[in-house]
Design a protein around this ligand. Sequence first.
Ligand code: NAD
Ligand code: UGA
Length: 483
Amino acid sequence: MYSTIKNICCIGAGYVGGPTMTVMASKCPDLNFHVVDINKERIKAWNNEDLSKLPIFEPGLKEIIASTRNKNLFFSNKVKNAIESSDIIFISVNTPTKTKGLGAGKSSDLKWVEASAREVARFSKGHTIVVEKSTLPVRTAEVIQNILNSVDFNSSKNDKSFSVLSNPEFLSEGKAIEDLENPDRVLIGGEDKSAMSLLSQIYESWVPKEKILFTNIWSSELAKLTSNAFLAQRVSSINSISAICEVTGANIREVSRAIGKDSRIGSKFLDSGPGFGGSCFKKDILNLVYLAEYFGLEEVAKFWEEVININNWHQKRITKIVVKKLFGTISQKKIVILGFAFKANTNDTRESAAIRICKDLIEEGAELVIHDPKVNPQQIEIDLGMKQFSEIKNENIDNSNNNCGSWTFSKNLNIFDNAHAVLVLTEWEDYKNIEWVHVEKKMARPSWLFDSRSIVDVDLVKKSGINLWSLGDGSLKNETNDF
Ligand code: NAD
Ligand code: UGA
């Protein structure tokens, strides 16, 4: 087994680094895992005694943290110390889309990866296996290898050597622990067979050998981008069909069920919704588009770009429907927003459809009351680029000449009084059991419920008297409530 190694380091304590190392620590109790980050607040939160205050919410995470933290799992800001003592170093830092310079808007910004590689080059000792865990453009391993080989280490240069491997992460948020404990596959790309075998042995502590795939390093990097592009493409495909359902009388759930039974298509990832969000789908497709353009493959680039274009169009489409159903104006109308996270079971809001939709509704003059069980109002303020109404009032800012709407946050669901509409944006369990009959009595009339996740019981809503629009349900089209 991997008896030659003792310490493993992960640079980056985010949505990937944190849960990944936590699960590894629980499966390999004889190894020490050091998760390091430059963000002091984040590390402080990972070390919080109160496990409900960890920096990220994932079902099952806090239970494993409780049994591993400060035993063989350590969170700290001591990047240098962790690198010095480690035999394997995972790089799991953020790789967002570049906002300026060459490739802006499409290619990944690799400055955090480069900084990490430089730290590894400076502080590592002896032979170190450097593992790309972040999602990276194809051929980044070459860049990392160049940095590792070219940094001036002075006299200690000869003591250092490196093997670079690609080991992309396929976990999805909200079920990260489940995905890590029972992955569909583990992908290891590289050239150094003994380094690949060592990394494989760690995974073999809990992953069946036949699920561990070996490829060359470029296939591994490209497979990660392709996997996300295919998944996002499915969501855009089903969302585009939802629009056809609404005008033809078909029902998207029925269509999904029917096509999903074809074993060549499969039933997963066919839920229509308000448009895909999350930190990776858009970024990784843009990366693929950039790669195709770089190599002169314009048609390939256009094909994948369309997956994002449809997603943007779809999000706008939802706002337009809300405005249209509410008699063409939502100015000063109270709209309850159920859910702000990009999907259920996470506190992550990155690229959430709720951001675009809420911004558009506020621009139309709506007064939003936003509820989410895990997202905090400070994050919503950052995402919307706007303070809560109560804070604007406290600071005595004159908003009267501004046609723009407002938002407030509520921790509970006592928020339906005088609301003109309710818009479901995240599929949290809490929203599936709302008693619409009681809600109707509190709302302004005619009241509307817009369900972009198709999670409410259509019959119960109909019985309550609330007008219902449910994404992709064409059967609601011809009823009296259609404007
Ligand atoms: P994140 O932003 O949550 O975390 C990245 C962390 O890296 C941050 O805490 C940041 O402070 C830290 N960091 C940046 N530079 C550093 C440095 N030089 N030294 C130490 N720490 C540094 O990002 P994430 O969601 O964990 O994603 C990380 C990577 O994994 C990305 O490439 C992403 O595409 C990929 N990925 C993400 C997911 C997901 O579900 N979020 C899934 C699979 C793959
Ligand atoms: C996605 C992939 O599923 C992971 O395999 C990958 O590791 C990860 O990206 C990454 O590289 O970051 P994640 O973004 O966490 O994971 O969540 P998903 O479950 O894929 O959902 C993405 C978005 O698509 C969400 O907004 C979700 O609501 C939406 N979605 C998903 C649908 O609208 N319908 C579906 O059927 C599935």
